[in-house]
Design a protein around this ligand. Sequence first.
Ligand code: 2IT
Length: 447
Amino acid sequence: MNVNNLMAELERKHPGENEYLQAVREVLESIEEVYNQHPEFEKAKIVERLVEPDRIFTFRVTWVDDKGEVQTNLGYRVQFNSAIGPYKGGLRFHKAVNPSMLKFLGFEQTFKNALTTLPMGGAKGGSDFNPKGKSDREVMRFCQAFMTEFHRHIGQDIDCPAGDVGVGGREVGYLYGQYRRIVGAAEFGAMSGKAICTGGSILRPEATGFGAVYYLREVLKHDGKEVKGIRVAMSGYGNVGWGIMKKAAELGAKVTYFAGPDGYIHDPDGVVGEKLDFILEMRAKDPMHCKPYADKYGVEFVPGEKCWGVKDVDVYMPAATQNDVRMESAEKIAASGVKYYIEVANMPTTNDALNYLRAQKHMVVAPSKAVNAGGVGVSGLEMSQNSERLVWTAEEVDAQLHKMMKNIHKVSAEAAEEYGLGYDLVAGANIAGFKKVAQAMYEQGVF
Ligand code: 2IT
């Protein structure tokens, strides 16, 4: 394989799909050498097949808003790869959703899911529906209209969607309800992220954030350090960011900086105790502003800025959205002297910024497809519970999540070591995830 040639071909076929092309390039660059040591993969054209989704569905979603006006959105599902299990991945409802974004997410999901060790292929879907400012009834009508078309593409052994940005417990409830109504069966494993009373798993909402902190713990352990006392600067305080704040507080670490869409907060005492509840309230009232936190607790708020570059922390964790950290921020991060850069949101760093940070000798960089895998990991455990028709306790789920995150760190570190790359967690995760999917494709023949 020659990455530049392959990318030139993909750019020709998919012009302007920048996020997708970015995600593919990032993975291919780090597996190029490994791949070239496997002539059997080369012969079976594994990479050429793996970079294209198996299929993409696009459909019209028409619904009626509260004013009685007819609205039309677009719905999508990118079924990327099912070599190791049924398609699995979230649904994103956001006004910027387009095929390039969902292809990048589906591609990343394929390797992430492989890292969890559970049998799950990769997929992603969603809609350009903007949930902001919509009433509860409008959200329900939209979800029902979406599922009326979408149901024919999913199923417990085919494709199991879940939540992502803009799709939380409420939306999954309406989506699953409509699925059950149409198929006329309680097929729990056709969606994950469900409420506990509808076959959901305990800890699924917290799993991504908790898992990220468990992963961070392994990185620190590698350096002989503990989580206790660690200070974190992060972006995002959505479902995932909040989970990080909560688990960090539980383990005696603290989030002292967090950035939202309107600027960043500096709380030297950390987001702990009842402040965690306040964040939930604040977000429910207005997800676009974190300033009310500063007003309530009398701490610093810096409008219009991100906290990348602050010096009095030990770890940076971008947990907002894709391409949040660009070159300009990466330079500030490197100059701050902070050692750990732990990606949490899917692809939060542009490729040039990521390569720049990875090249810093004093830094350890961990990739989102490993760090945030606990979310889909617990989705996989939800599918297991649904198949068994059993409900696990919080202790059981947490123990499995913990084991999974430890293992993801371990296999990533070992894969990098095996190929002479030292403690390179980014390349290691790509190599470990890729090898599993590639081997499964190879074993199953050419199609
Ligand atoms: O990015 C992700 O891993 C998710 N949105 C979770 C997907 C899932 O199926 O739980």
